[in-house]
Write a protein that binds this ligand. Structure first.
Ligand SMILES: [Zn+2]
Ligand SMILES: [Zn+2]
Length: 93
């Protein structure tokens, strides 16, 4: 009886254990795929680079057309940290 158990344990050690050891936590892969992370890359203003009107002045027309514009601070209302302190907390400048 005990021999059977020892063999079973040995087989488990040979087959299961190494696989678990290597597949346990594949070096903390980020959830967002690389291409999405590139899109979400922040510019010096703390907003998505591709959506920043201060980096891409041409975008301001798009935001103005949408009605998302703060004339006082010359940036989209949705990116206006002076008007929206919660954005400043997120790192928007
Ligand atoms: Zn910017
Ligand atoms: Zn504003």
């Amino acid at each position: 009886m005990s021999t059977t158990i020892r063999i079973a344990a040995a087989v488990a050690a040979l087959t299961g254990a190494p696989a678990i050891a290597t597949e346990g936590h594949p070096h903390a892969a980020p959830r967002t795929p690389p291409e999405q992370r590139a899109q979400q890359e922040k510019c010096g203003h703390g907003v998505q680079k591709s959506l920043c009107t201060r980096c891409n002045p041409k975008l301001s027309a798009v935001y103005k057309a949408k009605g998302d514009w703060c004339a006082e601070h010359e940036r989209p209302e949705s990116q206006c940290a002076p008007c929206h302190p919660e954005l400043a907390k997120k790192g928007v400048k």
